[in-house]
Ligand binder design. Structure first.
Ligand code: SF4
Length: 426
């Protein structure tokens, strides 16, 4: 049997696209194997969001080639898009346009033995429709509803490699989620590059989509992978208030907790806007888990600016902060900024912000000890079941529960690594 290995880097959008391709390959008679093993074909879905992602993407291409010199190597995604010169190491090269056609390109390559190189073009065309009815090996299903970003934050390469905002057909999304629910998925995660911008190109709004999804029979939880604070308008807040199946968790990128830095980042809000919106959200959902991304060591970030960011993060009381040291991306506006911060200072600031995030997370988790929570269980290992609550708290239990199902669990204690233990008994 022919074998294929998928190496997927980066965001949930890549995860969705790879899952779609996995299904296509399986239907074509391929066995999907762990990419650490020798395979006939490798699909490497790359990422370029930081310099680290670049290094990893390049390393993975070489790693797969080393595993099987005769293998057909397919490179696709953001890193490939940002490095069109990368041709020699690949047999098939696809950027962020034409991912859907990878299998067809493979067939052509196998017949002609000629490299298949899809030209990298700024214009990406329409949303590339993909449709998934199951999400192999996962309890929650991702649904990609949008692609592209036109925000052009000064540090970010993504708008250059993903192109303009484009949305998936409204009815197709509903159909896809209905099928996923019929196939046993209780939770769906909506993903995109700029998810909250869904619909701008097709005369729909994100709030309208959420409202329609919430009406789907049998769907228990609806999660949004990430949303910009500027997209939490009144229409969104209304749907959020009226539909408890939208989970008690929002990931809202802050990026910097200091107006001076936000401005230089080209973000489209200031702190007072951000904090006002957070207050509105908390009015609707007092116990909501808010998580965020923060970039530290942005050019010219002074110690005082960084301290302001620490204070802001503590004041907002995020449940968790994903901390990224600033990474200069060639071709972005930040390239022209002066005052780059040395690596040692960046590392130190990363450490301090992670420490704060750890403290905030435990403070948040402790509030739930003694409470009964709905937990969607995902894995069983050595007699321990692990799952997540609506507000994305990780819960373990040794009591017998059903996998891929939501169970009522009483939280009994906080363990290490921000994990809660619970029990089925009240
Ligand atoms: S909103 Fe800003 S950070 Fe997010 S993908 Fe677009 S440009 Fe990048």
């Amino acid at each position: 049997m022919k074998t294929v290995g998928f190496c997927t880097l980066g965001c949930k959008v890549n995860t969705y696209e790879s899952a779609y391709l996995e299904e296509l390959f399986q239907k074509d008679g391929y066995q999907v194997k762990d990419y650490h093993q020798p395979c006939d074909v490798y699909v490497i879905n790359t990422c370029t969001v930081t310099n680290e992602s670049d290094k990893k993407s390049r390393k993975m291409i070489r790693f797969c080639r080393k595993l099987n010199k005769e293998a057909i190597i397919i490179g696709m995604g953001c890193f490939i898009e940002a490095h069109p010169e990368l041709v020699d190491e690949l047999d098939i090269r696809v950027g962020n346009r034409g991912k859907k056609d990878v299998l067809k390109l493979l067939h052509t390559y196998q017949q002609t033995k000629r490299k298949q190189i899809i030209p990298i073009q700024k214009e990406k065309g329409h949303f590339e429709d993909m449709f998934l009815t199951s999400f192999h090996g996962r309890t929650r299903a991702f649904v990609k509803i949008q692609d592209g970003c036109e925000n052009f934050c000064t540090y970010c390469i993504i708008p250059y490699v993903r192109g303009k905002c484009r949305s998936k057909d409204f009815k197709t999304i509903l159909k896809e989620i209905k099928e996923l629910v019929l196939n046993g998925y209780q939770e769906v995660v909506l993903t995109g590059i700029h998810t909250g911008h869904y619909g701008v190109d097709i005369n729909h709004s994100f709030a309208e989509l959420l409202e329609a999804i919430c009406q789907i029979d049998g769907l228990k939880r609806l999660r949004i992978s990430s949303i910009e604070i500027t997209e939490l308008g009144d229409d969104f807040l209304k749907v959020f208030k009226e539909n408890p199946i939208i989970v008690d968790h929002l990931h809202i990128p802050l990026q910097a907790g200091c107006d001076r830095t936000l401005k230089r980042m080209g973000r489209k809000y200031d702190l007072s806007y951000f904090e006002n919106k957070v207050a509105q959200i908390r009015k609707i959902r007092p116990n909501i888990a808010l998580t965020t991304d923060v970039i530290v060591g942005f050019p010219e970030e002074s110690e005082q600016d960084f301290q302001t960011t620490l204070d802001t993060v503590a004041r907002i009381g995020f449940m968790k902060v994903h901390v990224f040291p600033f990474s200069l991306r060639k071709g972005t506006a930040a390239e022209k900024l002066k005052g780059h911060i040395d690596e040692h200072t960046k590392k130190e600031r990363v450490r301090r912000l992670i420490q704060l995030s750890d403290e905030l997370e435990d403070q948040y988790l402790k509030k739930f000890i003694g409470k009964e929570e709905d937990v969607l269980f995902e894995t069983l290992k050595d007699g321990v079941y692990t799952g997540h609550t609506s507000n994305y708290m990780k819960v373990v239990t040794s009591d017998e529960v059903s996998l891929h199902t939501i169970e009522k669990i009483t939280i009994t204690e906080l363990l290490e690594n921000h994990t809660l233990r619970g029990s089925k008994q009240k």
